[in-house]
Design a protein around this ligand. Sequence first.
Ligand SMILES: Nc1nc2c(c(=O)[nH]1)N[C@H]1C(S)=C(S)[C@@H](COP(=O)(O)OP(=O)(O)OC[C@H]3O[C@@H](n4cnc5c(=O)[nH]c(N)nc54)[C@H](O)[C@@H]3O)O[C@H]1N2
Ligand SMILES: Nc1nc2c(c(=O)[nH]1)N[C@H]1C(S)=C(S)[C@@H](COP(=O)(O)OP(=O)(O)OC[C@H]3O[C@@H](n4cnc5c(=O)[nH]c(N)nc54)[C@H](O)[C@@H]3O)O[C@H]1N2
Ligand SMILES: [Mo]
Length: 775
Amino acid sequence: MRPKPLKNDFTDADLEVGKPATWAVGLPAIEHAMIPSELEMGTERTVKIALTINHKRGFDCPSCAWANPDKSKPLEFCENGIKSIVWESTPLTIPASFWAENSLSSMLDKSEYWLGMQGRIVEPMYKPAGSDHYEPVDWDRAFEVVAGHLRALDSPDEAVFYTSGRIMNEPAFLYQLFARAFGTNNLPDCSNMCHEATGAGMTPAIGIGKSTIHYDDFGKSELVIVLGQNPGTNHPRMLNGLEEAKINGGQIVAVNPLPEASLMRYKNPQKPSGMIGHGTTLADQFVQIRGGGDMHLIQAVAKRVLHAEDARPGTVLDHDFIAAHCDGFTAYRDHILSIDDEEVLAATGLTEAEIDAVADKYIASNATIITWCLGITQHKNGVATIAEVMNLLLLRGNIGKPGAGASPVRGHSNVQGDRTMGIWEQMPNDFLDALGREFRFDPPRDHGLDTVNSVNAVERGDVKVMVSMAGNVIAAISDSGRAEAGIRKAKLTVQVATKLNRSHVVTGEEALILPVIGRTERDVQGGRLQFVTSEDTVCTINMSHGELDPVAPGLLSDVSVICRLGRKLLGDSHPVIPWAEFEHDYDYIRDAISRVIPGFEHFNTRIRKELAFTLPHGPRDSRTFPTSTGRAQFTLHETELLQVPPGRLIVQTMRAHDQHNTTIYSLNDRYRGIKNGRFVIFVNPDDLAALGLTDGQTVDVFSEWPGQPDRVLRGYRTVSYPVARGCAALYFPEGNELIPRESVADVCNTPTSKQITVRLEPGAHPVPAGRPLAR
Ligand SMILES: Nc1nc2c(c(=O)[nH]1)N[C@H]1C(S)=C(S)[C@@H](COP(=O)(O)OP(=O)(O)OC[C@H]3O[C@@H](n4cnc5c(=O)[nH]c(N)nc54)[C@H](O)[C@@H]3O)O[C@H]1N2
Ligand SMILES: Nc1nc2c(c(=O)[nH]1)N[C@H]1C(S)=C(S)[C@@H](COP(=O)(O)OP(=O)(O)OC[C@H]3O[C@@H](n4cnc5c(=O)[nH]c(N)nc54)[C@H](O)[C@@H]3O)O[C@H]1N2
Ligand SMILES: [Mo]
């Protein structure tokens, strides 16, 4: 089926800028979700799909990792989940003629939007060295090409195996096994660019880097503090949880440089009152923080908690909890009492009264949840900020009790599961020992390359083969312009994918696209319908299998691709890895997982019987802390005031409402009032005036990094917007052009996607010719 004609000739004249919305997700949202769905899939296919999302015996929605409520409830879906599913399960396919008609160099001018909308990829494609075209290749030959390149390397460490969080547990387990059996820990993943700071910040404090709440804790919470997150767009079903907290009398504090519509008022589309009523006011307090200021805020709140305890001894801190479970309190107390109040105000842009109000709420609440996402993790101080969040929670015993806890909200639907399965360049030795025992080999022990270091190594020519299980690393990584030049040095790039994206067009000398079935599609192996599993953001393992027929014959599953590659490359040297059995029956994979990874005992029996089960978790379940001392730890962190030279702004890169990471569904961002365009920069009206600029002006955005030439995005339209003073925002992935690769978070090496120093200069109009309309 050919794609509908696609308007790919938007110009800057098409851009419409309206007023931001003041509430989120009511009836209009459902209409927005269903309209494209009906157009592209037909009503019957749409309804079939909607009825099985997140439903028992249905499939796990690929849009985000937010948890499912009671599995017996039908139809929990959201607008953006539907968009993601429509995008994947559209019957549009790329015809064979496409590849002859479109050279790689011609596709360089196409946007991510255009590439994705060409439809599903249905046959393996190979780009030989020196050619500007992909050509069809049969599966066996494709695997031979990969195996040939891998065998020819001087060392296994000259290959990297990237993973996007789209990949489910079973293929993720096999993929890391494949890489380690081949001989490398080079397993970078999207998490390196996403929630890496979460694990690094939480683990020293409580011994585990995962959420400490259950899904139903929101309804029991007296206070939820939402840090750096836009749930209306990125985790819409989380709004149900926030609404439940409100209905049960809880309060919500939203900390964000932007007044995101969904944090203000929510109309629940799955309740009659949400269709017609005024909805629920969510945030009791909106704290409009200066970008990067959260660590100072959390310390300042902690200081107020300590002062309140001094004023009313024995009534504020949870002394029993601290005495029974924590170390390091005294040193932490001294440290926090000495923080510089003036620096706090400069860093946060807040008033004393605003911080007092947050602290009063925290002190009054007997059960507090703090949630966070990228507004915290993608800053230079992300790890320390999360460690301070843990300190604050420990002060009042907000770990391991109902309605309380740390709630990092993961992004990709299975990014957390992939990590549990061993997708990490630095898995601990007990995991490697167990893996080695199960498959009778000695896994490599040296830490591998994370995503930033992998792309750097490709650029230096040290890595020659890059295999990607899903994802779009070239667009998702910082300094994307530089990454595009660098990846061309690779000998071979391999993309296991469902749909075309930028990383398929900007390739190594040779390149392969290996097309797979999506999560909505039936995966039949050995005559039986197989299922796979995922882990959501509250550590629950869910069963998932597709309902639709694969969009074309001849597609493989992610599992099949890895098994066949494994047989081709390693079959003889590793007779104990039963690739054929694994491919034939996924129960064998789960049996292996149950022997290697704690918490998965009796995996097959349990998942079949219970359909979902939650992994055991010491801090949450029994206030036992798997740290080196067996106790939770208060940790100490020094702040650094983010210095911004005069005339400069701190820019963050964020998601529009109609995109999933590098996948662009449309050029609209409804809640922020943007239509038909993405080249906009949101700036506070006072900053615009101070810079001598006006709303609607065309500007060039320059990012500055010491010792390097400026990076630039040209032809952006300023949008006067109520963003915090001194801060600005534009969209990811386009914004990756501006982020120096060197600009990474301390400790965890995550690109500082929410923190770039930029200068705006009046720009030339019209904008440069040949610019893809969105990347
Ligand atoms: N529909 C849809 N769903 C998605 C995704 C998608 O692209 N589309 N992506 C998925 C993935 S992989 C992820 S990781 C998540 C991302 O989910 P989010 O983290 O919500 O994603 P962003 O759009 O990057 O929004 C970051 C938020 O942090 C705020 N922020 C920026 N800087 C600061 C700061 O210094 N302090 C504070 N307090 N706030 C700040 C921004 O204003 C914005 O509201 O969503 C997942 N779900
Ligand atoms: N500047 C900036 N950069 C960022 C961010 C930011 O906020 N700002 N966010 C970062 C974050 S949080 C993340 S998670 C990364 C995302 O980085 P990635 O995970 O690498 O990127 P995605 O856009 O999610 O990948 C989408 C592609 O996955 C493939 N795909 C989809 N479904 C499947 C499937 O079922 N199987 C297979 N094999 N392939 C599939 C499709 O080909 C699709 O084009 O980007 C990071 N980069
Ligand atoms: Mo993410």
